[in-house]
Design a protein around this ligand. Structure first.
Ligand code: PGA
Length: 269
């Protein structure tokens, strides 16, 4: 393993399509701080070497104020969730067409924090189908809660993944992004190792090949999320060869997020 890692380093970077997504979750607390944070990040990530794609997912109530900022520059607007119905008596829900109307290009679906609130694989699958049919990119989260010694976490991820892939057609695969986010790594400061991420990436690709065929493997980007920082981003991109990151806590810190995006730019094309 060590030898092959050294060889990979010696042969340099493999350029690929890289995506870095910042998930602000329930932050910040005011419209003013959301616009300030968005514009500071926008300035910080402006670069002549902008090879990676970048998206930020603020809370929906701030879309009105940040939409203008996302119209120029490199930051696309993303949503943290969506509802699967398009209209009607569904108090508290937001539809895909509403999100599209305010310029959203990416939607996170099935985040573990939504799953922890009771969101099932079936609901995640319905949401994925809605997003893909609506011509928007779905960033769908999968990941185990704990890592047991018997490898049961592969079964957990496979079940989550099969529910999603059942709803995906060959024509839609380019708009499907899978984010491997082990729940124990989210917000804990403990990221998965590059070897473990690479192993899971290969496993996810095997399930995709089984379900949708080998051609789909090349089109579906696989991100990693869970305590990504400037300290671990390079190793994860380089060794695990993921196609980018879903970043939580670090996306609220301008310098840290800029650092992660610059690392991603070196691998993006
Ligand atoms: P974290 O969150 O980067 O704060 O661990 C990741 C996520 O929840 O997507």
């Amino acid at each position: 393993m060590l030898q092959s890692n050294v060889m990979k380093k010696a042969t340099g970077h493999e350029k690929r399509s890289i995506l870095v997504v910042g998930n602000w979750k329930l932050n910040p607390q005011t419209q003013k701080s959301a616009t300030t944070l968005f514009s500071h990040i926008k300035k910080a990530v402006a670069s002549k070497q902008a090879h990676a794609r970048v998206a930020l997912c603020p809370p929906v109530v701030f879309f009105g104020s940040v939409q203008k900022l996302s119209n120029t520059g490199r930051i696309a607007l993303g949503a943290q969730d969506v509802f699967f119905e398009s209209q009607g008596a569904f108090t508290g829900q937001i539809s895909l067409s509403m999100l599209k109307d305010v310029g959203v290009q990416y939607v996170i679906v099935g985040h573990s924090e939504k799953r922890a609130q009771g969101e099932s694989n079936e609901t995640v699958a319905k949401k994925v189908a809605t997003v893909l049919k609506g011509n928007i990119t779905a960033i769908v989260c999968v990941g185990e809660t704990t890592r047991d010694a018997h490898g049961d976490y592969f079964t957990v991820v496979e079940t989550q993944l099969r529910a999603i892939l059942k709803e995906t057609t060959g024509a839609q695969v380019g708009r499907l992004v899978i984010a491997y986010e082990p729940v124990w790594a989210i917000g804990t400061g403990k990221n998965a190792t590059a070897d473990d991420i690479q192993e899971m990436k290969l496993f996810i690709q095997k399930v995709i090949a089984d379900t949708l065929g080998r051609a789909a493997v090349l089109k579906i980007r696989i991100l990693y999320g869970g305590s990504v920082t400037t300290d671990n981003a390079k190793e994860i991109l380089h060794e695990a060869k993921v196609d980018g990151f879903l970043v939580g806590g670090a996306s609220l810190k301008v310098v840290e997020f800029k650092g992660i995006v610059s690392i991603a730019d070196a691998y993006g094309q």
